[in-house]
Design a protein around this ligand. Structure first.
Ligand code: FAD
Length: 435
């Protein structure tokens, strides 16, 4: 008899909350733990790019977990299909006494888990989920009247006041690592079998001790410098633990810790306000008459706007799946305010391209830039992409790296004049907000 542990956004053995509880409770009940991963066709079939680097990332992480478990005499059972159908198969193959996982706060994941929960419940099997992805979740950081925050600064103050060693302590999973169900190694579906191109991709390291942490506060806004952690993709898929990152960085950089608080903040917002997936947090902003010119959108996507910092960002994104935070803010502001294209278009494009794509943070970032978010930039603050470049890429190093032709005749003129675009934006926004 086994407890199934279902890996999702937590692709590691070390310091994994749900896995720890599964192993510990299995030991107490005289059971073992069978680890499971499902390549979910509902998600994979919706990906248009069959050379998606994120699938490569997950596949590599699964191969690594599989090898680590094999050393323990266990096997990661890797399936490919719709979770509900897979669970029906698994219940025939194993004597399942319980299913454990870590919580996922996205609306689609919540809907998926509900269906699985109900199915298991009908069979008399408990499905238990744990907090692992964030430091504080949904209702853990609340206002004095027990309502959720919608403004970051007071949320962050409360978050910090609640943080103590307990919340960043690692779950000592390793103590129980002999508690897995022992069985012959099974085969993992190949990238080809999943319908994706096998590729070699170099991913950012999961090294926590990134050299620049001490200089993070001064340097993090300069895209030419390797000053940020690049941990986004690892935090997204749980190949590093958020507790470890927070424990390691908390005493060394308050500014870095604050970014981790933003991460919790947006997850909390998504939990309490799942409508933000399709709607502006501030409903008035859905009255904006977006221009939504497809040809202009295509220029923005391709990095051909004639604004070097915008173009550098978009080309970096297209080529590597990464874009620096400062540049994300600038390109998002440019799309929504200079071109008056609906933030949802840009959000969707980022969702297809970003290695560290995360619904909560991406939606939060886009709504912030468009001005319609919970704690957004005021709508009349329109970034000047030229001044942003002068300030944050003063030697043009970043821009030259991605737009080598920018000082030559081959480089296009700005697709829209800044002052005109700014005026147009203010007019369109203020009209929408007045009605
Ligand atoms: P670091 O500066 O080293 O920060 C460390 C970690 O803190 C990040 O990996 C991330 O997990 C978290 N973090 C940092 N800034 C934020 C933030 N503003 N909101 C939430 N978490 C944050 N971040 C994503 O993880 N996924 C996204 O899809 C995403 N989309 C964005 C879209 C827009 C329009 C904007 C303006 C920002 C977006 N961000 C997103 C936030 C931020 O840009 C990235 O987290 C950061 O650039 C990732 O690089 P890094 O790992 O080197 O970050």
């Amino acid at each position: 008899s086994v407890i199934l542990f279902w890996f999702r956004r937590d692709l590691r053995l070390e310091d994994n909350a749900g896995l720890y509880h599964a192993l510990k409770n299995a030991l107490a009940a005289g059971l073992t733990v069978q680890p499971l991963f499902i390549f979910d066709t509902t998600i994979l079939d919706a990906l248009v790019d069959k050379a998606d680097k994120r699938v490569v990332f997950i596949h590599q992480a699964i191969e690594r977990l599989h090898a680590e478990l094999a050393e323990l005499g266990a096997t990661l059972d890797v399936r490919h299909g719709v979770p509900l159908n897979i669970f029906a198969e698994l219940l025939n193959e194993y004597d399942v006494k319980g299913v454990y996982a870590n919580r996922d706060y996205e609306p689609d994941a919540r809907a998926r888990d509900k269906v699985v929960y109900e199915y298991l419940n009908e069979q008399g099997i408990a499905f238990r989920a744990f907090k692992d992805h964030v430091i504080f979740e949904k209702n853990e950081v609340m206002k004095a009247d027990d309502s959720p925050y919608t403004v970051f600064t007071p949320y962050s103050r409360k978050w910090l006041s609640q943080l103590d060693d307990f919340y960043v302590r690692a779950y000592p999973t390793r103590v129980y690592l002999d508690g897995f169900y022992q069985q012959e190694k099974r085969v993992i579906p190949s990238m080809g079998q999943l319908g994706f191109e096998p590729m070699t991709v170099e991913f950012p390291s999961e090294e926590l001790d990134f050299g620049a942490l001490d200089a993070y506060a001064e340097q993090r806004d300069y895209p030419a410098l390797p000053a940020t952690s690049r941990l986004g993709v690892h935090l997204r898929f749980g190949t590093v633990s958020i507790r470890q990152v927070a424990a390691h960085t908390r005493a060394r950089s308050a500014v870095f810790l604050s970014e981790l608080i933003w991460r919790d903040f947006y997850q909390m917002i998504l939990w309490h306000h799942p409508q933000v997936v399709t709607q502006s947090f501030k409903p008035m902003y859905d009255q904006i008459l977006w221009r939504n010119q497809s040809s202009e959108f295509a220029q923005w996507c391709a990095g051909q706007t004639g604004y070097p910092l915008v173009d550098a960002g978009m080309r970096e994104l297209n080529e590597t799946g990464f874009m620096h935070n400062r540049v994300r803010m600038v390109v998002a502001s440019f799309l929504t305010k200079h071109l008056l294209i609906d933030w949802r278009w840009g959000e969707r494009y980022f969702a297809q391209k970003l290695l560290d794509y995360d619904l909560a943070a991406n939606n939060g970032g886009w709504q912030w830039a468009a001005g319609c978010g919970c704690d957004a930039a005021p709508y009349f603050r329109v970034f000047n992409p030229t001044l942003q470049m002068e300030k944050f890429d003063p030697k043009n190093e970043y821009v030259r790296r991605w737009v080598p032709e920018f000082e030559t005749a081959a480089y296009p003129e700005p697709m829209v004049e800044h002052r005109m675009a700014r005026e147009r934006c203010l007019q369109v926004y203020s009209t929408a907000l007045k009605t």
